[in-house]
Unconditional design. Structure first.
Length: 100
């Protein structure tokens, strides 16, 4: 299941792994090609139930709590379990499918 693809072109996906166990920490950063697509993904996926977990999806905020740059980033928070490596890998597959 490619959950990000229907909302627009994905520029990059960075899945976060534990440096010791090398297991997925349960979240990823996704950069969409434009603001409108990122906003659509956020509105559509925030609160979506995936593998019995509720996704939390939002724009990334910097340390000083300002809005992210024009290149928009969505954050899938730690509500995705670390056992969902396959689910997060599907985000990467979406990127490859789109040719980015």
């Amino acid at each position: 299941m490619a959950i990000i693809g229907p909302f627009g072109a994905v520029q990059t996906i960075k899945i976060i792994y534990d440096s010791i166990s090398h297991k997925c920490k349960g979240y990823a950063f996704v950069i969409m090609s434009n603001y409108e697509e990122a906003l659509l993904a956020i509105h559509s996926l925030n609160g979506f139930v995936l593998d019995d977990r509720i996704l939390q999806v939002s724009f990334k905020t910097s340390n000083n709590k300002t809005k992210s740059s024009t290149l928009n980033t969505t954050l899938l928070n730690q509500s995705i379990s670390s056992s969902s490596d396959d689910t997060l890998s599907n985000l990467s597959n979406t990127q490859q499918t789109l040719g980015n």
